[in-house]
Ligand binder design. Structure first.
Ligand SMILES: NC(=O)c1ccc[n+]([C@@H]2O[C@H](COP(=O)([O-])OP(=O)(O)OC[C@H]3O[C@@H](n4cnc5c(N)ncnc54)[C@H](OP(=O)(O)O)[C@@H]3O)[C@@H](O)[C@H]2O)c1
Length: 316
């Protein structure tokens, strides 16, 4: 917390082609941790002394662009500010018939990450066993539900009994594992996956993933989405080297960034919205109130405080 500062600036005025927008929901996401270092990555590092930035749903207060009017809701990559100006070409106007928070969760970046990771790399087939780590979070919950829609047997791993109860009772996954209370993860995977693992959607990495790897089937697909268990490490620990097993099992392990599929986001949102409308997908969110809570809310991602998508409502 000592690394964050709350400051006030002059209220900006929009120029031609710009909008003055007021933030409503600000997204906090694990990838932001990787931006707090000088290491080269697929997104630039945050700059010390400058505001954080990320996905924001905002309301237009004043428009200097013909396609937007005061009262419109927009999605944009914005700074962590209550009010700011933005180039109108850098925002997407939102359909207000859907809860606006969904555009940062199930119908936004995390939902699309689940959709493209599963469809393009996981390629789940009915009756296969799909294991999901980080299953109680924004991406993981959508992955579990897509796997169910595809007719798979779903084994969900999270760090809390409450999340696991939700995954089992509401999202109807087949088996749950709490990695915080489970003493032997390899044995737990063996018990929960008697037919082995066909698809592993990896959100966390580290020892949890080592345990899953040891039970993969022939032609297994391992989707490397995130490695949150390692984001606070200054050095990456050396674990089991899986390559010999991957050869033996003719398995595929592929990393991806959701923006690889940006040209197809429309297709993804359309499918996710259709499943939502049909009641096949459920949205789960943890919404924290107040702009000043942003730093602690962001940090809480690394302590598993959220069930589903974690957001800050800054509208008051
Ligand atoms: N490739 C991409 O384009 C892309 C896009 C979006 C997200 N991601 C990645 O996907 C993963 C999930 O992101 P999300 O937005 O859905 O976050 P999230 O799962 O909603 O929130 C993070 C969760 O990670 C779990 N976690 C935290 N520290 C952990 C640890 N040391 N070991 C195991 N689990 C831990 C916590 O749940 P527990 O209670 O279960 O510990 C926490 O609630 C992240 O790794 C993220 O970087 C990748």
């Amino acid at each position: 917390m000592a690394n964050f500062e709350l400051s006030e600036t002059e209220l900006p005025s929009p120029k031609d082609g710009e909008l003055l927008v007021k933030s409503l929901f600000i997204s906090v996401d694990p990838y932001m941790r990787s931006r707090m270092s000088d290491a080269k990555s697929y997104v630039p590092s945050f700059e010390v002394g400058k505001p954080m930035d990320g996905g924001v749903v905002a309301e237009v207060i004043e428009s200097r662009h013909p396609d937007f009017a005061a009262g419109d809701a927009v999605l944009a990559h914005l700074q962590w500010q209550e009010i700011q100006t933005v180039n109108a070409q850098q925002v997407n106007k939102l359909d207000k018939s859907v809860p606006l928070s969904y555009y940062l969760g199930i119908l936004g970046m995390p939902g699309l990450t689940a959709y493209f990771g599963m469809n393009e790399i996981g390629k789940p087939v009915a009756d296969e066993t799909v294991v999901v780590s980080g299953a109680g979070g924004a991406v993981g919950m959508v992955v579990c539900q897509i796997a169910r829609i595809k007719g798979c047997r779903v084994v969900a791993i999270s760090g809390s009994d409450d999340k696991n109860a939700y995954l089992k009772d509401v999202l109807k996954v087949d088996k749950v594992i709490n990695y915080n209370t489970e003493k032997n993860m390899k044995a737990a995977i063996a018990r929960s996956c008697p037919d082995g693992v066909d698809v592993y959607y990896d959100n966390v990495g580290g020892e949890i993933s080592d345990a899953v790897f040891s039970h993969i089937n022939k032609f297994a697909r391992i989707i490397l989405c995130g490695q949150i268990s390692l984001y606070n490490n200054t050095e990456i620990p050396v674990g089991p080297r899986p390559q010999p097993l991957m050869v033996k099992k003719s398995a595929l392990m592929q990393g991806f960034i959701v923006s690889n599929y940006s040209a197809r986001f429309g297709e993804g949102i359309h499918q996710l919205a259709q499943w939502l409308g049909e009641g096949k997908l459920t949205s789960s969110e943890t919404i924290v109130q107040g702009f000043e809570t942003l730093p602690e809310t962001f940090i809480s991602l690394f302590h598993g405080k959220n069930t589903g998508k974690l957001l800050v409502n800054v509208s008051d």
